[in-house]
Design a protein around this ligand. Structure first.
Ligand SMILES: [Zn+2]
Length: 278
């Protein structure tokens, strides 16, 4: 039986929000309550429980309630999912998870340092038992049966530094830490004015994103030649974690983004004939 897990000790992190541009402190606290609970310490400890029905996307994945929101959840959520951590209190004094270096490695390293602790409660996995696919414009998302948690992602950008990239792997904690967590978020210089006009990417910089001009990468060396598609896998893991259980199946995305990821998650949650709890 697999069990619910939390962290062994508190983790404190701080940094800028890539969209808000504001500095935030993040305190991850061990919990035995069995869910992921966000607590806005700047709003009288207002609590929001992670729930796929309260998720929206716009350049990032965020949790919303009537009173507040917390944006850019996906990199932290991907790390929690891969470590099997599903019982945690996340205290934050702002509305966005810090972007750190643009990757998930700082979160993964912090959890490795703190340690993971099993809780007595068991948990079930979600196994895909019937394939299907969904589309949106030229993007496609499909899922099918597999004995592992497998992701295949392909992207295609009309940009000389990216072009076509595809990566397929069966994920475990070890290859996630080595192959996926270090891949940084990326953005195009030409999109910055429009994003900033919408209040997005205000905290984005050459230190927390792979930045591309029309021809090349201007933010220094890439961590992998295909860092872009690796980061898309990271984002997808974070979004898929909203299913609330470990996943067994093959998830394939082509030219997708947070919007289609979320559409697929809602489809799965609304159509339980495609999966089974095991
Ligand atoms: Zn991302």
């Amino acid at each position: 039986m697999i069990t619910k897990s939390t962290i062994q000790k508190e983790i404190h992190l701080s940094g800028v929000g890539i969209h808000s541009g504001k500095n935030v402190d993040l305190l991850l606290r061990p919990s035995s309550l069995g869910g992921i609970i966000f607590r806005r310490t700047d709003l009288d400890n207002l609590e929001l429980t992670l729930d796929p029905k309260k998720i929206e996307t716009k350049s990032s994945t965020y949790l919303v309630s009537e009173e507040c929101k917390i944006q850019t959840l996906e990199h932290l959520l991907a790390v929690l999912y891969m470590f099997g951590i599903d019982s945690l209190i996340i205290e934050i004094n702002g509305d966005e998870i810090p972007i750190m270096d643009g990757s998930a490695s700082p979160f993964a390293q912090a959890i490795l340092n703190a340690g993971v602790m099993s809780l007595p409660d068991g948990k079930k996995s979600i196994k895909i038992i019937k394939p299907s696919s969904l589309g949106e414009n030229d993007a496609v998302f499909s899922f099918s049966q597999d004995s592992d948690f497998k992701i295949t992602y392909s992207i295609e950008y009309d940009h000389p530094a990216i072009q076509k990239q595809e990566l397929s792997l069966s994920l475990n904690l070890e290859n996630f830490i080595k192959e996926i967590a270090p891949a940084r978020t990326f953005g195009f210089l030409k999109d910055v004015p429009a994003l900033r006009a919408q209040g997005l990417a205000i905290g984005g910089s050459l230190d927390n994103a792979v930045v591309l001009d029309d021809k090349t990468v201007i933010s220094g060396p890439l961590r992998y030649p295909d860092e872009f598609v690796r980061h898309k896998i990271l984002d997808l893991i974070g979004d898929l974690s909203l299913m609330g259980s470990p996943l067994i199946g093959h998830f394939k995305a082509q030219r997708a983004g947070h919007g289609l990821h979320l559409k697929a998650i809602r489809f799965l949650l609304n159509n339980p004939e495609f999966w089974a709890y095991i």
